[in-house]
Design a protein around this ligand. Structure first.
Ligand SMILES: N[C@@H](CCC(=O)N[C@@H](CS)C(=O)NCC(=O)O)C(=O)O
Length: 226
């Protein structure tokens, strides 16, 4: 298997399947493309070798391209049915898919105003966004309630007991909460800390910190390279 990804510091969508695959100890080759925005970039030209969709991540299964995180997670679950990527219980599985779909299709205010930037510490930007953007407050409250409710239902330590696709989908939100110092309830904060400490997430974060790259489009709150 190969996984085509963007910069680890910035590419929240790439992070999701990568940490899931790493968590389950899957052997895969990582193909990292430097993010660039706009048309006719080197990023777009290289990516076009793998997908016509123009976005990372892309999973190559025996050379067959699967793109978009939801499709990638489903393809992994199909290919590796012994792994608890989704919960075993059908109702839990349906709920886990709902949470992933909610992330995939929603939380645009949080995503737009607090783009993932693992190495950055931007508490002032976070405070400003929370003070001025009601939609971000709504997104954060929904995520906190989702995590807290789901941890109460499952008993933890992860959303459905053991770490799986739903936790991987929310790992970039954990990164945003840290960078922008977004407030969480004690239950949600403890969950976020557990996610951060998982070996797959920790490995991604270590790689992100080592990148020391600067993509201006992903740095709305800073104008200078690190
Ligand atoms: N719905 C897609 C979103 C993927 C996505 O937006 N990827 C970003 C990087 S995190 C990207 O490739 N951006 C490049 C561009 O927009 O040109 C998924 O779930 O994989």
């Amino acid at each position: 298997m190969q996984l085509v990804i963007g910069n680890k510091n910035y590419s929240s969508w790439s992070m999701r399947p990568w940490v899931l695959m790493r968590h389950f100890g899957l052997a895969f080759e990582e193909i990292k493309l430097r993010l660039e925005f706009g048309s006719d970039t080197q990023f777009q030209r290289e990516l076009a070798r793998y997908t016509p969709a123009g976005r990372v991540p892309v999973l190559l299964l025996d050379g067959h391209a699967v793109w978009d995180t939801l499709a990638i997670v489903e393809a992994l679950a199909d290919a590796l049915p012994a792994l608890p990527i989704w919960p075993r219980d059908a109702r839990d599985r349906a709920r886990a898919r709902s949470l992933c779909a909610e992330m995939h299709a929603g939380f645009s205010a949080l995503r737009n105003h607090c783009p993932m930037n693992i190495e950055a510490r931007l508490p002032e930007a976070g405070a400003r966004v929370l003070a001025t953007e009601a939609a971000v407050r709504v997104d954060l409250a929904r995520i906190d309630a989702m995590w807290s409710g789901q941890l109460g239902a499952s008993g933890g330590p992860f959303l459905f007991g053991e770490f799986g696709a739903a936790d991987a989908f929310y790992a970039p939100v954990v990164a945003r909460c840290r960078s922008y110092a977004l407030p969480l309830s004690p239950l949600a904060r403890a969950y976020a800390d557990r996610v951060w400490a998982t070996p797959g997430v920790a490995a991604w974060v270590a790689d992100a910190l080592a990148e020391r790259d600067f993509v201006a489009e992903d740095e709305p709150y800073r104008s200078a390279p690190i």
